[in-house]
Design a binder for this molecule. Structure first.
Ligand code: ADP
Ligand code: MG
Length: 466
């Protein structure tokens, strides 16, 4: 019998349909994964269950009873806990104060009477899960992994029956992710029902009992985990085969006279040089220093910035205008814009990079994230710079666009160029890099050759435990 049942659920925001006629059953005490590309409607679907936003049409049943939450409080009363991808913690408060804050809005009326109750309940749960968090520490002094455990603790204080994890391992090291997945298995063995969203298909393969695939707001199919391979999952997500043969490391030994700042490591031609690490461990400082060096040495470089919206694009300008701004020398001579050349280059770029729609006069804001990013990558590679600095080049883009960008970076480097790739996505960094360094608290480890370390070893460096 199904425990949670979505029946013909549709959710419309303004004029965009985020979920379309989704019918899905979830069994009690199972781990049910929901996978899909960016924008497929995964978060929306679980938000409907979590009472974050109401359905447009369709019905949800809990244990056979009609369930129509009007708020997160309603979900809470039905013993549903929602652990959001982005932590909702007050950094300047202690861990305990965060728990009290959340308890005071939710549970005080129910069964926790005062702050002492919160403390002893938190201690009880910490002990039960074998976790160590100093509850008197300020949240900003906790590691990311600890912050996440606090977030989970906050949710578990209410003794939920159903726990929703929306992309829980996105910011964790491999070790922390492993630990979390084992913890999720433990919750299941205690009878909890878990819904987990993740784009890390190997993790899903490890932890889930059932896998449901969403594509463009619609349910494609649901499977028993044992009936489906990781490759099949990826195919169902994007609707076609994905080609992921691991590229061979292939750098030739010709240096290009640029050292990685604070090291003696010289960049080579034909190589993708990875910078691995959890964000905020010195990546930005390294990028700044690299850019300074490129400029001092008058090198031609492309710069795919970390935050596309803030640093790379102007939402109201169209594609032609973006090209012009970046490549003034190419398209302006004697103060006159060569309009035809500009139009031709923009048209060529959208075709080559499969930017959709192929309308070069549309403001960038009207393109989806993946299409914006394909445009930015194409724009940065126009003119074939010697070096490409690529920070999180596939962040927020769908699998199709990701594949396109990966292939292009690989073939660009082969062409006697160098790429410095900054990525917090370990899979991506290991897939693309010929050599890599690992950052932890501004310290640099490496360089390591492709396949020199396994993921667990890299995780230790990322966590600063080596
Ligand atoms: N609050 C909102 N307002 C308008 N559109 C939204 C809102 N939330 C999500 N969407 C849209 O709904 C679609 C599905 O989003 P989401 O459920 O977040 O996808 P996923 O979690 O699978 O990446 C996207 O196109 C997104 O832009
Ligand atoms: Mg989401």
């Amino acid at each position: 019998m199904s425990y949670i049942e979505f029946r013909n659920i549709t959710k419309i925001y303004g004029d965009s349909v985020s979920c379309r006629d989704v019918s899905l059953s979830i069994k009690k005490s199972t781990i049910h994964a929901i996978i899909g590309e960016n924008g497929a409607g995964k978060s929306t679907l679980v938000k409907l269950l979590g009472g974050v936003t109401p359905v447009t049409s369709g019905e949800i049943f809990l244990n056979g009873n009609w369930y129509s939450p009007q708020s997160a409080q309603d979900a809470f009363k039905n013993k549903i806990a929602f652990i959001h991808q982005h932590f909702v913690l007050a950094e300047e408060l202690t861990a305990l104060d965060n728990l009290i804050l959340s308890a005071s809005s939710n549970f005080f009326s129910l069964y926790l009477k005062n702050t002492d109750d919160v403390y002893s309940r938190a201690q009880f749960l910490l002990k039960r899960f074998g976790w160590q968090i100093d509850l008197h520490k300020l949240v900003k002094h906790l590691s990311v992994g600890e912050q996440q455990r606090l977030e989970i603790l906050k949710a578990l204080m209410q003794e939920p029956d159903i726990i929703i994890f929306d992309e829980p391992t996105a910011v964790l090291t491999p070790q922390e992710s492993d630990e979390l997945l084992k913890f999720i298995l433990q919750l299941k063995s205690e009878g909890k029902t878990i819904i987990i969203i993740s784009h890390k298909l190997n993790e899903i393969k490890f932890v889930a009992d059932y896998v449901s695939v969403l594509r463009q707001g619609q349910l494609v199919s649901s499977h028993l985990k044992t009936d489906i391979t990781v490759e099949q999952m990826a195919e169902l997500m994007i609707g076609r085969r994905v080609n992921k043969n691991k590229p061979q490391a292939n750098n030739i030994d010709e240096k290009i006279n640029i050292k990685i700042p604070n090291t003696d490591i010289e960049l080579k031609k034909c190589e993708i040089f990875g910078v691995i690490g959890i964000e905020g461990n010195g990546q930005n400082q390294l990028i700044e220093k690299l850019l300074k060096k490129f400029n001092e040495n008058c090198m031609s470089y492309g710069d795919i910035t970390e935050d596309r919206i803030k640093l790379s694009v102007f939402e109201n300008l169209d594609l032609r205008e973006h090209l012009l701004l970046k490549h003034k020398n190419k398209f302006i001579s004697n103060g006159v814009i060569n309009s035809k050349a500009l139009t031709d280059a923009a048209k060529k770029l959208v075709i080559e990079w499969d930017v959709r729609p192929q309308d070069i006069n549309k403001p960038l804001s009207e393109f989806s994230g993946g299409n914006q990013q394909k445009f930015v990558v194409g724009r940065e590679l126009l003119g074939e710079p010697e070096i490409l600095l690529a920070a999180h080049p596939t962040r927020g883009v769908d699998l199709g666009a990701q594949e396109k960008i990966h292939n292009s970076l690989l073939s660009y480097a082969k062409n006697n160029k160098s790429i410095v790739l900054v990525s917090s996505d370990l899979d991506e960094a290991l897939f693309l890099s010929d050599r890599f360094i690992i950052l932890n608290k501004n310290k640099i480890f490496g360089p390591f050759k492709k396949d020199e370390l396994n993921e667990q070893e890299i995780g230790l460096y990322m966590a600063g435990e080596i």
